[in-house]
Design a protein around this ligand. Structure first.
Ligand code: MUC
Ligand code: MG
Length: 385
């Protein structure tokens, strides 16, 4: 039996290119959890587990992800056949409840190794295999300033990097937020799609007003306007408004996907490998969406290059992906952790073609930014809206 011999889990803190203002936190850096493994044949795999804003976005923190892997997942993994990814993840699932981001990091590393052993990209190991080689990719405008967001949109449009824009709203009043969106849509016009993410910060009445006004402003989609558990409100809003509601924080794997699709609580799913608990569960989420007539979008937890490559492989395996992706995480960071950055061109991200994830870490940068080798950890500025 081929077994896992070494597991190294570490946190890498990388500053962002500008403050990234979300409803629940302002990010000045991203804390990326990397897990690196080597099996008894010497094959190496790498995975990433990343969240947003410490503990302000979800129930797992970077430190907790590392602890879950080192203390609870690694001992189980060391008893498993490293070549059987599904069986290894099932064994981990029996011993570890929840902790989807930690599980995603580990499963990604196992799939990377499996792809390297078989000489195929990870996208060929999911569902029916790879169906596309590049992915439309949105950019998030979240500087906190309308004029600066418009400048940023103009720059990336001119560079032919992005023509889909997601605006982070929910911090200000509904009408002020809509005015901000309308100004950006007026500037972008038909050159791009403008969408918003409220990150759960509205109640149903605010969402009702917001969705009506956003539709009039030419916005194409509203992501997670209300609390993630409020499926009833999500269903009423979806039924009432033409502008589609996309579920994000509400989706933590296939069970949520089934409940939300059956209830008509969203018309689009932001499929995230981290929130789903790995690429295989994310594929199940997508399959349920397709069976329920729900549109698909490849979401991000603002991962670095490893998690973004893994998400790209998942998205490359999805037969339909009508709303594109937002796999831009590495572009928000001042440093790339990959030896060769992912390629963004002509409004799309190229899905790596090499075996496994098709990427390699930049060892010098990793050594420099690794939290356990550098100065005290950077801190998130968390703000309650
Ligand atoms: C989210 O809620 O979708 C995705 C893009 C971005 O800027 O933040 C994330 C998280
Ligand atoms: Mg979101």
């Amino acid at each position: 039996m081929i077994t896992i011999r070494e597991i190294d889990t570490f946190i890498v803190d990388i500053p962002t290119i500008r403050p990234h203002v979300l409803a629940m936190a302002t990010m000045h850096h991203q804390s990326i959890v990397i897990v690196r493994m080597r099996d008894s044949d010497g094959v190496e795999g790498v995975g990433e587990g990343t969240t947003i804003g410490g503990l302000s976005y979800g129930e797992e923190s970077p430190e907790g992800i590392k602890l879950a892997i080192d203390t609870y997942i690694a001992p189980v993994l060391k008893t498993c056949d490293a070549t059987r990814v599904g069986a290894a993840m099932a064994a981990i699932g029996r011993g570890v409840v929840g902790n989807h981001i930690a599980k995603c990091a580990v499963e990604t590393a196992l799939l990377d190794m499996a792809g390297k052993r078989l000489g195929v990209p990870v996208s060929e190991l999911i569902g029916g295999g790879r169906v596309r080689d590049s992915l439309p990719v949105a950019w998030t405008l979240a500087s906190g300033d309308t004029a600066r967001d418009i400048e940023e949109a103009e720059r990336v449009l001119a560079e032919r990097r992005h023509n889909i824009f997601k605006l982070k709203i929910g911090k200000r009043g509904v009408r002020a937020d809509v005015a901000h969106v309308a100004a950006i849509k007026r500037a972008v016009g038909d050159r791009g799609s403008v969408r918003v993410d409220v990150n759960q910060n509205w109640d149903e009445a605010q969402a009702d007003l917001g969705m009506r006004l956003l539709e009039d402003a030419g916005c194409d989609l509203v992501e997670q306007p209300v609390a993630r558990h409020d499926h009833a409100a999500m269903a009423r809003l979806s039924a009432k408004h033409v502008i589609p509601l996309m579920a994000d924080e509400a989706l933590h794997g296939p069970r949520d996907a089934f409940v939300i699709a059956a209830r008509g609580a969203a018309r689009i799913f932001a499929v995230k490998i981290a929130q789903s608990g790995g690429l295989l569960s994310a594929h199940a989420v997508a399959t349920i969406a397709q069976a329920g007539g729900v549109g698909l979008y490849g979401g991000t937890m603002l991962e670095g290059g490893v998690g973004t490559a893994a998400s790209a492989h998942l998205c490359a395996s999805l037969p339909s992906l009508a709303w594109g992706t937002e796999l831009f995480g590495p572009l928000l960071l001042t440093q790339d952790i990959l030896a060769e950055p992912l390629r963004y061109a002509d409004f799309e991200l190229a899905v790596p073609t090499g075996p496994g994830l098709g990427i390699a870490l930049d060892e010098d940068r990793i050594a420099f930014h690794r939290r356990d080798r550098t100065a005290p950890a950077l801190h998130v500025v968390a703000e309650r809206a």
